[in-house]
Design a protein around this ligand. Structure first.
Ligand SMILES: [Zn+2]
Length: 87
């Protein structure tokens, strides 16, 4: 047993590993902005909230990603103070 460590798995494991690679195929990515593009991944399709077409870094515009409505709730709770505040 000179070779039973992690670096040297039994022969059966080494043979089986050829079939352990997940499917890595063309994947259609759909962004919340409507942009779609294709890449390669282990799933058929992906949904994004941001992509290179709409990410602020690329567009230069500010965009708040408000998927769960948290920003909207914050504005409803605190936004009015600024609008009708003491001036
Ligand atoms: Zn996008």
């Amino acid at each position: 047993m000179a070779c039973a460590g992690y670096g040297c798995p039994p022969v059966e494991v080494r043979v089986m590993k050829a079939n352990l690679h997940p499917k890595y195929d063309v994947c259609t990515v759909t962004c919340a902005c409507g942009n779609t593009f294709q890449t390669r991944a282990t799933v058929d399709s992906l949904k994004l909230d941001l992509c290179a077409e709409c990410h602020p870094f690329y567009t230069g515009k500010q965009k708040i990603v408000d998927t769960e409505g948290r920003v909207e709730r914050f504005r409803q709770r605190y936004g009015d103070r600024k609008a009708g505040g003491a001036k």
